[in-house]
Design a protein around this ligand. Structure first.
Ligand code: ACO
Length: 313
């Protein structure tokens, strides 16, 4: 795989999570679990879950927030990619529904969905960046959106406590400014079904855990090597929020302080393809000035997929 080097501008970000919250104490009433077990093993305290919204509603609301934040001229948008494994329907795609909900149905926009599990947003960034850099496209909405709870078996304590719903959106443009992006998206295909979704999510938690730690380490090292940067030149690592202990293991193995990682898992649980987008939006909202900061997004998911994106703000 050639190392990908783009000039890419993050014009805005937005995120949305449904109003309804389920705490660990709510789960104590449903399955044999405890707040203490969930916090200790995962870092999760609560998660947002839909009542009557679907994946395209969450995606639309995150996109609208990103647009409104900078008063974005939506006539410029010519590409919408939605990363999700929980689309409203098999077809049309969530991206087409977002186009319609934004009132852009009569505008020439290439719209498609992409399913790479929890690494979806990094895959969408990889594809979107390549399309923008081809010169054919100028302005992209890159969205990760999930109603994961559609696939959650509320009788399975091994999985049901882990997930939440939400959406994160980036508006990306080509730029002549010196804003390098190095994106790595890869796969370690496996047939053992360590992590898969039919009607419900099933996983071998320990196997996924071990894979996740190694994959995130490899992806972080890869984009740092490609960009010839050291970790001290990166202002924040924004990891997929699946389990705080996975992030702690990565930090320990790579000798990176935990303060380098942006963590919000306690409030959202694992929102799959949405998690990195929600965390990025929260990080960018957390302070006023980010110009020219280097940030590193990193994730893993079913497939197994994994990857990282080194971006310049
Ligand atoms: N409450 C109480 N006990 C529980 C719960 C629960 N919610 N869930 C499992 N347990 C029990 C198990 O049954 C087991 O009991 P046993 O020893 O009597 O058999 C015990 O707790 C220990 O289970 P372990 O699996 O050893 O617990 P572990 O420390 O590995 O933590 C976890 C489990 C949190 C799932 C961890 O393995 C993990 O985070 N793995 C990665 C998960 C992940 O990142 N998945 C990504 C999915 S993303 C996607 O693509 C949809």
């Amino acid at each position: 795989m050639k190392k990908l080097m783009n000039n890419l501008k993050i014009v805005s970000t937005g995120s949305y999570t449904p109003e309804k919250v389920m705490t660990n104490f709510d789960f104590e009433k449903i399955v044999d679990t405890s707040d203490e077990w969930i916090v200790q093993r995962t870092g999760i305290k609560k998660r947002h879950v839909v009542t009557d919204e679907d994946t395209s509603d969450l995606a639309y609301k995150a996109a609208l927030k990103a647009i409104n934040k900078v008063n974005y001229d939506t006539t410029k948008i010519d590409l919408i990619i939605v990363a999700t494994f929980t689309p409203d329907l098999m077809s049309p795609g969530v991206s087409n529904l977002v186009q319609a909900k934004l009132g852009l149905s009569n505008q020439d926009i290439t719209c498609f969905d992409l399913n790479s599990g929890c690494t979806g947003l990094i895959y969408a960034l990889n594809v979107g960046a390549s399309m923008l850099n081809s010169g054919k496209y100028n302005s992209a909405l890159i969205i990760g959106s999930e109603v994961v709870t559609k696939t959650v078996d509320y009788e399975d304590r091994n999985t049901c406590v882990l997930f939440g719903d939400g959406s994160g959106c980036l508006i990306l443009e080509n730029t002549d400014e010196d804003k390098l992006a190095y994106i790595y998206a890869t796969s370690q295909g496996e047939l053992e079904r360590s992590l898969y979704v039919d009607k419900y999510i099933h996983m071998d938690g320990k196997k996924v855990y071990l894979f996740a730690v190694g994959a995130m380490e490899k992806a972080i090292k890869k984009v740092l090597a490609d960009s010839s940067l050291t970790i001290s030149e990166v202002s924040k690592i924004i990891p997929h929020q699946a389990n705080i202990r996975i992030i702690q293991s990565v930090a320990k193995n790579l000798k990176i302080g935990m303060d380098k990682f942006f963590i919000n898992i306690e409030n959202y649980g694992n929102t799959s393809a949405a998690s990195v987008g929600i965390a990025l939006d929260e990080y960018l909202s957390s302070k006023k000035h980010h110009e020219n900061e280097k940030i590193l997004l990193v994730g893993f998911g079913s497939g197994f997929t994994y990857g990282a994106a080194l971006l310049t703000l």
